[in-house]
Design a protein. Structure first.
Length: 92
């Protein structure tokens, strides 16, 4: 199994980690930019709660995760499948 490093957003309720650029996801979640011209903000609409859980993320807040091929193919994964690589601040 090969691991890759990718930036993800994490739902604070269910802790599912979502890869940027794979939205909409098979589990019903979606990641959208609140303003079409914004390249550094995202809203995560996670399907783990009713009503849908909404979380806002900026590019600088994204963490790096080591993800498996399965997570890459699916676009999201659990904390066991997508482990935090480091706590360093990302350039934005």
């Amino acid at each position: 199994m090969s691991l890759r490093i990718r930036r993800c957003v994490e739902c604070p309720k269910c802790h599912t980690r979502y890869l940027i650029g794979f939205s909409p996801y098979q589990n019903g979640a979606r990641l959208v930019r609140p303003v079409a011209s914004s390249f550094d903000e995202y809203n995560l609409y996670c399907s783990c709660a009713t009503p849908t859980s909404v979380t806002r993320w900026s590019w600088r807040e994204l963490k790096e995760y080591a993800i498996s091929d399965q997570v890459r193919n699916r676009g999201y994964g659990s904390p066991d499948e997508a482990a935090v690589v480091g706590k360093r601040k990302l350039a934005g």
